[in-house]
Design a protein. Structure first.
Lengths: 168, 814
């Protein structure tokens, strides 16, 4: 029934707004129009046998939101840090929470300032990155949320292999 | 912006959906002042108006089916003729408005024919009705195409238009009710026949012109819809029936207006978000209630909020419900068509169509019910002559009833036909090897009927176009069980068959048992829960037997496979509730298994209310989706938010059962006392496919697993199954012991044992019991057997696992 996507903004050809956040020592950004909410704290319910990178479930305004650790695929150690902020983004009809260290700012970045090379981070993270923007004081890695969710979630090996019997 | 239709201003205000006027997407451009606006209705912005048109038209078509059926019974029903005319006219008008020319042309031809009928210049007979049904189907096909692709599709409907026109034109030359059989042949449903017949001269030209006339036709009448006045004035030539039809039509129209005013179309997403918000409110209410306050004013206010919230939640849930009418409305037509094609006479009686069901479930019951009706007409109800000979009325009575029963909705499909021939079912079950002849003979009729639900089971002597291919009842049951329902069947030979489908009112809200497992909580749908069995530390009560990975529990003579939930889900490495947990016995697809969760029993052995509430409690939960990311695991069917705000995952028992590869339960009514002997003396007793009774030392059993036949791979002459990274050879006990080898059943039960140098799977037919040896092992003198001993009072062969493994690896299964 729902044919029109009410969130879809008119595409601006030159500049897009991004929400920048800190993850460890690096700075990342996602398109601002996909951001639903920035949430401090919140109670996570763990999901046994969930794919790696899925930290748990969060309840937000009647929805069940899977919370994801973006550090897993971005080559950042997912050690316990001061992270307790959830950046909730919408992808089509689903919402996802990204566990981040700190919300920084909303920045407007012109397309021609985005460098599509993504070699500055580890190999595996390339598929989740849309490009790099060199801000005066730091590099901002632009994430493609859709690709990031897909790349983050590498399903665990099929169940039977894990349940393999422990014997010769 | 491409131009699709050019619409006059007056018409726009009159015919556009009311909300368009306020819609943001509709911005009157400067050229509006010229009296014309140019508007592309295929733009995605306007998709929703087309959606609305589609929904409305589809409802109209259902009504049309109903009206045509009624008209067949009473062709002179003037108000109904007028209503049918109006419906088709509206479709024509709308399609012209949206620029759907094929639809417009088709509806135009139909309208033309219906106009003649309404004016009494033509009398509705079977052939005309057939043509009109074909038109309804064609319109439906076009609408489906519009819905799926946005376009009208490539199908050519001009032949159909022509036969509609031909039917109408013939009336010109004949008197009402005097349509000659030779002429009316051309109006038969088949467009080819219509084409072949010498069509009256004016018809081709009419058809050619319709695509263009269809569009302006809507514009010509700026008033909202075909009012009775318009309908009457359009045909001033009509003599006598005019006053009657005019009065009656006005009455119908007036009733229609009131019905429309009392309901509003609301976006489903909007309803869903209201329900979500109400859920939030319930949580806030719960928090409010937990705050202690001595202030009576606060207490009173809190109570009031409590009551209102409850009522609001109930009301919000009701918005999800729809009457089963939505599904039932098509059935009279379906049954009519079936009866015609089977050469039967059937009278369909529908009762309780206003019974409400969740909108998400309404569609899921359509196919199963259609199938049941089809069965009843094709197999149940006898041909008219046979019925008369039996002293029954010529027309069979098919009843479709829906009603609420203990919180669920029951839909009953019942016929007064021949009933199910128990003996045939019994025979067929034996021939298909589902049951032994001896067992079958002693089975009560109700038990025999259960075979009907076996895949591929059909007793039909011959395959008809309608049914008899043997796919059916198992699919009905699978579909109904998929939405948490059940199917019962009762039959009395000679008197008829009744099938009852019980489905939950809604899937969005369901009662569930919330259990604790380590630090986590999980919800188990209550409909699947059979009983709760607490385990006792002192081993006084029921306990879990079997070691390694094949635990079972004995429940009143049944051996039920057990899953330690904490271990299975990895909540804990080693289960902590082997001795003090609680076993939740659940049943999925007729298979039972036990889930061991954290205990609900206090140290003293008595259940305390408080603890029960802490560890497990029954509550009504609101099911929320968890997204493709986690649903793909197959372990959780959703999640819910409990009163304390915590998120709890709902276990997908079907998936869990599949992933745990649980063996089936076997019934052993005369089970002996619980064996207490040492493990070394205990044996797992199984039946082989060829019917041998064999035993395996329980100490060697690693797991009981179940594989689909296609998972068993043949490598050379050996059979193997993939378990984890390695292949496990599968031994054919029968071949090894010289019994004839039997082809594998659809599901292969495998006892995985550890043999000398690795793992081995034994393909068995059934797992009978775990028993203690009652005699010392005697040599059997046969390769593949370690010996023979008495188990459960019967001589049982004990398998030599080492030899079996060699055989499986070297010899293969032949």
């Amino acid at each position: 029934m729902n044919v029109t996507d009410r969130r879809a903004p008119a595409p601006t050809p030159v500049a897009h707004r991004y929400c920048a956040f800190r993850l460890g020592d690096a700075c990342f950004a996602v398109p601002a129009d996909g951001v639903v909410e920035v949430l401090r704290g919140g109670r996570l319910t763990t999901v046994p046998l969930a794919p790696e990178g899925v930290l748990g479930l969060l309840h937000l305004r009647g929805r069940i939101v899977p919370v994801i650790d973006p550090g897993v695929r971005l080559g950042l150690a997912s050690g316990a840090r001061d992270r307790a902020t959830h950046l909730v983004i919408a992808l089509q009809d689903d919402w996802y929470g990204l566990l981040i260290d700190e919300m920084l700012d909303v920045v407007e970045i012109s397309e021609d300032h985005i460098d599509p090379s993504t070699s500055s981070l580890s190999e595996g993270s390339g598929e989740a990155l849309a490009g790099v923007f060199a801000a005066p004081d730091r590099l901002v890695h632009l994430l493609d949320p859709q690709r990031m969710i897909h790349s983050l979630v590498r399903p665990r090996p099929p169940f039977s292999e894990r349940q393999g019997v422990h014997h010769g | 912006m491409p131009e699709i239709g050019r619409i006059s201003r007056g018409m726009l205000t009159a015919r556009l959906p009311a909300n368009l006027a306020q819609s943001e997407s509709f911005r009157p451009a400067p050229h509006l002042s010229s009296g014309l606006i140019w508007f592309d209705f295929r733009m995605s912005d306007n998709r929703e108006f087309i959606e609305e048109f589609l929904v409305e038209s589809s409802e109209n078509l259902d009504q049309l089916d109903k009206d045509l059926l009624a008209l067949e019974a009473d062709p002179a029903d003037a108000p109904r003729l007028a209503s049918v005319f109006r419906t088709v006219h509206t479709i024509k008008g709308n399609s012209g408005f949206f620029g759907f020319s094929k639809l417009g042309a088709l509806a135009h031809s139909g309208e033309h024919l219906l106009g003649k009928l309404r004016d009494g210049r033509l009398r509705l007979d079977d052939r005309i009705a057939g043509t009109l049904y074909t038109m309804v189907d064609a319109v439906r096909a076009i609408l489906r195409s519009i819905e799926a692709t946005g376009g009208e599709g490539d199908q050519d409907y001009r032949e159909l238009s022509r036969s509609l026109t031909a039917a109408a034109e013939q009336a010109e030359s004949t008197l009402p009710g005097a349509v000659g059989p030779d002429e009316s042949k051309a109006t038969q449903a088949s467009p080819v026949a219509a084409n072949a017949a010498p069509a009256p001269a004016p018809s081709p030209s009419t058809t050619e012109s319709t695509p263009s006339t269809g569009i302006p036709a809507a514009g010509e009448k700026p008033e909202d819809g075909p009012t009775p006045a318009a309908a009457v004035t359009a045909t001033p030539a009509t003599p006598s029936p005019e006053p009657v039809s005019s009065v009656a039509t006005t009455g119908v129209a007036a009733a229609g207006v009131t019905a429309a005013e009392s309901s509003v179309r609301v976006d489903v997403d909007l309803l869903a978000s209201i329900l979500d918000l109400v859920g939030e409110l319930v949580l806030a209410r719960n928090q409010l209630r937990s705050i202690d306050s001595d202030d009576p004013a606060v207490q009173a206010c809190s109570q009031r909020i409590n009551a209102v919230t409850n009522a609001l939640q109930e009301t919000a849930v009701k918005t999800r419900l729809q009457p089963v009418e939505h599904v039932f409305s098509r059935f009279p037509r379906t049954v009519r068509d079936l009866a015609v094609s089977c050469g039967k006479e059937v009278q369909l009686v529908i009762d309780g169509a206003d019974t409400e069901l969740d909108r998400s479930l309404i569609e899921s019951i359509r196919d199963p019910l259609t199938h049941l009706l089809r069965n009843a007409v094709d197999h149940g109800i006898e041909p008219p002559a046979e019925r008369v000979a039996k002293g029954k009325p010529r027309a069979g009575r098919l009843s479709l009833r829906a009603f609420n029963e203990s919180g669920r909705v029951t839909i009953e499909v019942s016929d007064d036909g021949a009933g199910i021939a128990f003996e045939k079912v019994r025979e067929k079950a034996v021939t298909r090897g589902l049951v032994s002849a001896a067992d079958a003979a002693s089975m009560p009729p109700d038990r025999v009927l259960q075979f009907i639900f076996e895949p591929g089971f059909s007793t039909a002597a011959q395959v008809t176009s309608v049914s008899g291919r043997g796919v059916g009842m198992d699919v009905v049951r699978t579909n109904i069980e998929a939405i948490g329902g059940t199917v019962d069947i009762h039959s009395a030979p000679g008197a008829g068959t009744t099938v009852c489908v019980h489905v939950p009112l809604t899937l969005a809200i369901m009662p569930a048992l919330v259990v604790r497992c380590g630090t986590e909580r999980f919800a188990i749908p209550q409909s699947a829960v059979g009983e709760l069995v607490p385990l006792a530390k002192d081993r006084s009560g029921p306990r879990i037997e079997g070691l390694h990975d094949a635990p079972v529990m004995r429940v009143r003579g049944r051996l039920v496979p057990i899953v330690f939930l904490d271990q299975f889900l990895g909540v804990r490495d080693q289960t902590a509730c082997r001795e003090d947990g609680t076993v939740v016995l659940v049943r999925v697809d007729d298979r039972e298994f036990g889930l061991v969760v954290d205990g609900m029993r206090s140290a003293g052995g008595h259940l305390r209310c408080r603890e029960l509430l802490d560890s497990a409690s029954l509550s009504t939960i609101v099911v929320k989706p968890i997204g493709a990311l986690l649903a793909g695991l197959g372990l959780y069917s959703g999640a819910t938010v409990l009163g304390d705000g915590g998120v709890v995952l709902i276990l997908d028992l079907r998936g869990l059962q599949r992933l745990a590869k649980l063996p089936p339960v076997d019934h052993e009514p005369d089970a002996p006392a619980v064996p207490t002997a040492e493990l070394a003396d205990r044996y797992l007793v199984c039946g082989t496919p060829a019917g041998r009774r064999v035993a395996v030392p329980l100490a060697d059993v690693v797991r009981l697993e179940r594989y689909a036949r296609q998972d068993v791979q043949e490598v050379g002459r050996r059979r193997v199954v993939r378990r984890g990274d390695a292949f496990t050879p599968l031994a054919d006990i029968d071949a090894m012991l010289g019994s004839p080898s039997v082809t594998l059943p659809t599901n292969v039960n495998v006892v995985v044992v550890s043999a000398d140098s690795g793992c081995l799977g034994l393909a068995v037919d059934s797992i009978l019991d775990v028993l203690v040896a009652e005699s010392p092992l005697q040599p059997a003198g046969m390769a593949g057997l370690a010996g023979m001993l008495a188990l459960g009072g019967m001589a049982t062969e004990v398998v030599d696992l080492g030899a079996m493994r060699n055989h499986a690896i070297v010899e293969g299964h032949r």
